[in-house]
Design a protein. Sequence first.
Length: 559
Amino acid sequence: MAPSMAGAADKSAAAYERARVCYKDLMTTEKQSATVGEWDQCMAEFERIHAKFPKGEKAPHSLFSVARLSQELYTISQKQEDLDRAIKKYNQLVREYPKSNLADDALYKIGCIRRDLMGQMDKARKAFAFVVENYPDGDITPRAREDLAALAEGSGEKAKSEDKVEIKATEKAKAAPAGKEKGAVPPAQAGGDSFSRAMLTAVDVSTSGNVTSVQFTLDKPVEYSLEFTEQGGRTKSPPELDITLLHASTTSDIARERAVESKHLAGFTVKKRLLGSGIRVEFTLMPGAEYAVSREGSSITVRFGGKDDLKKEPSAPIKKRGGRGKSASILNIKIVIDPGHGGDDTGAIGPSGTQEKDVTLAISRRLAARLEEETGARVWLTRNDDRTLSLEERDAIAVSKKADLFISIHANAANQKTQSGFETYYLDNATDEAAARLARRENKATQKKLSTAEHILSTMLQNYDTEESRELAKRVQSTLAQGIVAKNSKARDRGVRSALFYVLVGAKCPAILVETSFISNPREEKLLTNGKYQRDLASSITDGVESYVKARGKQYVSL
């Protein structure tokens, strides 16, 4: 490289690193307290890098940063102009740098924005199709393929590979590898509908020595995820392993239940996922059994044996969620915290005039900081100031962030000022009248009137996450009891309950609503405004979340 070019590259990299400082600052949990001017200034720094060094290594990264900042700003501002700017910059990146390893990511993000935030399903489909067609080896392509198929399935149409994206990308992109394969699932073989479901054609069980193998044969490769549940401590329930084959179906001759005569595996059940496409296989292990997963072509094999038996067995690369403190983070988990009420909706008002919307925001901010510090989770608030948000808008934020958990923070109220305590809710249609009354109060912020039938339907659609939500609620309520009652003997543990809270309906992930204390109780109203009490609540809820994640033992294959 010529000295002048090397110098320019050095300056480009240095300028980019300086701009990254403001980017990181805005991406903290306190980012919503920044002014619009601070956001604009940060975006302008990246714009200058692109303008001054258009052929530099960091030019596409700078455009991508502007687009991401605009997209993040939209979650705070809710202004269409911020979304438009994000799409414009993602488009610009693809047009100018089609060979960049960020081009496919930019296209994918356009598709997500069109689908999740703008409801433009046709344009979203075209964006995902463009990723699949032009970046077949990209690391984001398997997700684009699955999202494309889901859109086609939802519309009752087959995805058309000849669709052209709205972006006027150069033809060079078609021959440009994304350069980020990282074990990505290869595209379906030519000659068939590349967006149709994979078909599970055979399940074979074999035993060799002390190892029992279950092999799944499909007609094309699929992504999959794993979830392991350890043996119950008190109930002695057997350990379980669930493997989900994403966007797959089965032939009619595949046995739904199968017993296995093995010292490590009792049997397994093959089920269709309740929500979305895919197959869920539930294995019942024997105590002390270990497992390993491997892939060869379009076949996936799960092996069961003792620890020493599986030492030489090849296994799939797995990311574990778990850990505590700064030494071991909960990898990749994304949490959206929803401070109840806000803006025109004050929520309940205490005897001394304390407004629910203020205490929920204060607690939520502390909770977000504690979760990030203690677990390493990525955390967003649905609001970080006094703004009016409908329940639908809160859900949309959770969906756009692809949240793993959704936690809504509230303060309870009752006509009797002596009512006290804390309780945690999950979504279900099995509810008592007291819970129903509370739900009616909390559901006032919805933009549409929900009939009982709509509530029940929404609840049925959430059944896939009901068990997970119930478990999360139990863990959070338990740690609240341990952390709060120990410091406040008058605090009452009101337990875990279910109700039809609309804000939990559309989150599309395990979701709970925490009624932290009664703002209508003079003593608890005072506590809710106390910084130490808010920190204790945040700490206890964090402990519950961490307990839940570690107990569920969720593992995700890195593809």
